[in-house]
Each structure stands twice: as C-alpha cells, then as structure tokens.
Ligand binder design. Sequence first.
Ligand SMILES: NC(=O)c1ccc[n+]([C@@H]2O[C@H](COP(=O)([O-])OP(=O)(O)OC[C@H]3O[C@@H](n4cnc5c(N)ncnc54)[C@H](O)[C@@H]3O)[C@@H](O)[C@H]2O)c1
Length: 335
Amino acid sequence: MKKYFITGGCGFIGSNFVHYILRGKQDALVINLDKLTYAGNLKNLEQFENDERYIFYHGDICDQQIVRKIFVDHKPDYLINFAAESHVDRSIGKPDDFIQTDIFGAFTLLETAREHNIDRFIQISTDEVYGSIEKGSFSETDPLMPRNPYSASKAGADRLAYSYFATYDLPVIITRASNNFGPYQFPEKLIPLFVTNAMENEKLPIYGDGKNIRDWLYVSDHCAAIQYIADNGVIGEIYNIGGGNELTNLEITDIILEETNKPNSLKKFVQDRLGHDRRYSLNCDKLIALGWQPKHNFSQAMQSTINWYRDNEQWWKPLKSGEYLEYYKQNYKGL
Ligand SMILES: NC(=O)c1ccc[n+]([C@@H]2O[C@H](COP(=O)([O-])OP(=O)(O)OC[C@H]3O[C@@H](n4cnc5c(N)ncnc54)[C@H](O)[C@@H]3O)[C@@H](O)[C@H]2O)c1
C-alpha cells in the first residue's frame, strides 16, 4: 500500500489529486495536511470523510511539530507539496503570506523529510517561475525570471527543494505545470470567476487588452501527470507539465460567453494587473519522453468544467461573499 502525505489537499489541485488517487487506487492511504485558508474547503473532500483510506489534519505546513507527527505516525512513502498561497493578484497586494507559506513552509517540510525516510518528495512548482516569453517555449534548463511575489516565492521553494536533493540526497522531484482549470477551483481565478460571473449576469473583468496568453491544462491531466512522475520520474529532475492549449484571455472569455449563452456586453476591460506576464509557454518534451502526455480534449474539458459550475452553485455561491466581495471590489476598481 502506498501512503501519500498531501499538503494543501483541500484546495483546487490538491483536492482533485485526492479524488484521483482514492478513485483510482483501492490500496492507497492519503494523509492531508491543510491550514484551511480562504482557498481550502472541506466540502471538496466531504465524500471521503468516513473513508478509512483518508486522514485529515487541520494544520500549517510551517508548523514542524504537526509535520513531524505525520511522519512519525504514518511513515508516508510520498510527500506531495501542493500547499501554497496561489493567487498572483493577492501576492501583489500583500506578499507576506506567500513568503511564509510558499518558502518557509516548503523549508519546514524539506527539513522534516530529511529527518525521516521518504521515497519521493514532490515539490509542486509552476510555469510562472520562468517569467514571460514572447516567442518559443521554456525548457526545464532555462533560467528562472519570476516577476511577481507569487512566482518569486514559488521559485524560492523550487530551488530550495532542489538544494535538498543536491546537498542532502533527499529524493526530490520538481514539477512545473501551466494554468489549470476544472472543478473545485476558487472563483477568483480566471475561468471559474468568468463562468460564475456569466451565470450571475455580472461583468467579466478582462485585464488590459485581453491578449495575455496562458497554456491551459485540465486538472485531471495534471493529477495524472503528478502520479506518473511520482512513480516514474527521475530523482533530482524537473518536469514541465503543459496542456498544449495556448489561448488569450479574450479567447477564453469568448468561449465562456458562448457556452453560457451570454452577451458580449458582459465583457469589461479593466486596468491591467501590475507587471502582468504576457505569455507563458512550456516545452514538455522531457515528460513526453518519460512516457506521459495529456489525454483530455480542451473543448470537451472546458464544456465539462462549465457544466460542473452550472451543477454546483451550492459549492461556489457561498464563496463569493463576505471577505471575497471586499477583495473583489478592491482588485477590480470601477466595476
Ligand atoms: N492553479 C494553477 O493553475 C497552478 C498551476 C501550476 C502550479 N500550481 C501550484 O499548485 C499548488 C496548488 O494550487 P491550487 O491552485 O490548488 O491552490 P489553492 O489556492 O486552490 O489551494 C491551496 C491550498 O493550500 C492550503 N494552504 C495554504 N497555506 C497553507 C499552509 N501554510 N499550510 C497548510 N495548508 C495551506 C489552502 O488552505 C488550500 O487548501 C500550488 O503550489 C500552486 O503554486 C497551481
């Protein structure tokens, strides 16, 4: 039986990963450590609450006591570090938590893993560590040029994790994925924000000229890639994980308006994000050579994502209130 120590498992990608493992493997144990910030939601995993293959710890990855307790009590085979502050806009407004969780939290996990046996330490990094690229695509050996506090804190954790492989032989693998979409994504990120705003006949706030390009990866493809890399990846290596679906934000907006049958008049151009990276693009030849590539068709995955938000209003409606509304008004002034 494989034991997975997952951090940030109540967030978007982490919870999809827990679903992916527990649906696909009868003989797995998942131990999830999550601080339950605004982005962590127990509802994402409520169907596993009474499943003996799932154990939840409410706590902070910066707290070495709880991290150590999990190592001692459960002796995990894999540690997969999803936990992070993950929203670029929030990092621009208030970077503090990003430095604490993304860097110091990763440090705490690495230090504790070093005291114990672990088969794999997977650090979930991001394509944003490379910075922006006008033409061509980033390979794993390209220099890192993060340009906002989120991507800089992720770059710090990425390189710190590598240093624990190079210095202490910790079996670290680093993944750098492109923009994910799918169910359970907090409705502050582009796709769920626009889908849910369209459903509520609210404006879709498009930054700048809307021509920033992202490569979109369906979250279940991302989960499959992480699992594949944990089982087959080479220790000490970095793997880019891209979806191969580069689209401008305007193109994404048009797809959402068409699929939700809403008018163009819902589009609203707003002041651009500070230091907004123009284009992200990944070369994924290394992962393809290892034997993995995404399986989902982009249009179908978008359709089923939109359907999920349509069918799960009770999941996202409560999230778009209170503190969220205050933040939203601050971020998109004039809407
Ligand atoms: N979303 C994307 O498109 C994307 C793309 C590439 C990489 N990533 C990376 O994947 C990981 C997951 O991203 P996501 O979009 O699911 O993020 P998310 O914001 O939806 O979830 C983050 C989770 O981490 C938890 N958390 C935050 N601080 C914590 C702490 N100190 N201790 C324990 N738990 C804590 C939160 O409660 C939440 O459950 C992040 O490391 C992110 O950098 C995300």
